[in-house]
Design a protein around this ligand. Sequence first.
Ligand code: ATP
Length: 501
Amino acid sequence: MAAGLQARELEDVGAAGGETGDLVEIWARVRARLRAEVGDAAFRSWLKPLTLIGLHNGQLRMAVPSRFMRDWLNSNYVDRIQMLWSEEQPTLVGVEIVVRPPARPAAAETPAPANAPSNKSAPGEAPVVEVPTGLPERISRAEPEQPPLLEVDDEAERCRAISASLDPRFTFENFVVGKPNEFAYAAARRVAEAETAPFNPLFLYSGVGLGKTHLMHAIAWQIRHSHPDKRVIYLSAEKFMYQFVRALRTKDTMAFKEQFRSVDVLMIDDVQFISGRDATQEELFHTFNSLVDDNRQIVISADKSPSDLEGVEERMRSRLGWGLVADIHPTTYELRLGILQSKAEQLAVPIPEKVLEFLAHKITSNVRVLEGALNRLVAHATLVGRSVTLETTHDLLQDLLRASDRRVTIEEIQKKVAEHFNVRLSDMYSARRARSVARPRQVAMYLAKQLTSRSLPEIGRKFGGRDHTTVMHAVRKIEELKATDHAFAEDVDLLRRMLEG
Ligand SMILES: Nc1ncnc2c1ncn2[C@@H]1O[C@H](COP(=O)(O)OP(=O)(O)OP(=O)(O)O)[C@@H](O)[C@H]1O
């Protein structure tokens, strides 16, 4: 029998069949039945975190770590729990679920379990029978006590260790704003400057290399600057998973949960990484619930919108979309030029405006590639001590320029032209010289020269192994015809626009 139990409470426990241990046994049986009824996934999400506090006046008291969970259990499971429990103990009057958030550990202390029993009751409330410590782990505690996760005692140190990888260049000041990213930028700034979470979570998404990570780091820098006392954790979803798995392996899950659930701002980058990783998703889900309940800010980034995240559970996707979802659109010419001008300004080497315009026009894939191109020009100029010109740019960036040209292939051009002039695709490579097939073939060669960076011999090879002089002749012929035949010129321009998309 647990020490410190009052006579009145003993009566209640007695009604259960004699000993506090009976309560625990009943709970174990009820849990087993619930698990069989609802299945493993729902059980792990909603019922496993439920812990028994005790019984008073026929009222069963249980605890969960967050309000969100309590509400969910009240709407979905509490009646069933009561029914199953009543079958074991007909004197049961009701079931009450209370919130017991995980207590924050003092620095250099081993954290207490989130649901560690406490003998304190709310003022004016009758004390409740507490399940004493020393009961089987699986019943009385979510996790065993463990030393802190990163072997760093001080919690602030732990946060710093996780966020150590913030890039000093990724600040709001260095972020160039244009139409495609103004909404995401404004949302990020608002989160960084607000005293309390204005929308939760902030979900940023875009294609590769368009500035999600930059904005996340910028939020972290800004908060660090204006609220140095706030605990901010920034990490990739991959790292979150890695730490979670390590915590499982070393049985450090309590410290893990504690660490993530006690921050002021949690930022997780590239959340698409958790696709198909069920245990990590579940942990993240509970972390989110706990933080949102406490009004702590969460910022997430991904390469897709929440609803398009395949391999991510429905409840998680809906959770991710609850706050503000902001996407960054592909760059425009103006934004690319703005970014290049801003980066060029920071470099010691002068870059002619013509070169920046050329790059902004040619390299459209993403900002990372654009930056890479600029860095390559600067590195070359610095090494050989020669200034950057349009010519050196062409030479140095051949591969990049070709890669971005690859958006239109010669095969696509041949197919489109054949369709347009109603000839067979094979006529693009055949030896037939009849005007009805030779002219479309020449148009295709001309467009291949205009729309790709392939050389004349390369183009010739793609057209049935023709010589480069044949391609040159075709290009000249089409230019002549365009200059003299207006309808023909329009036809060719239309094809060009269709191919350029
Ligand atoms: N608007 C912008 N202004 C200045 N730099 C930018 C801008 N957008 C992107 N960048 C730069 O482009 C590079 C790639 O951006 P970032 O890493 O943030 O992209 P991402 O969307 O997170 O990419 P990934 O999908 O690969 O994670 C970074 O160096 C970043 O500073």
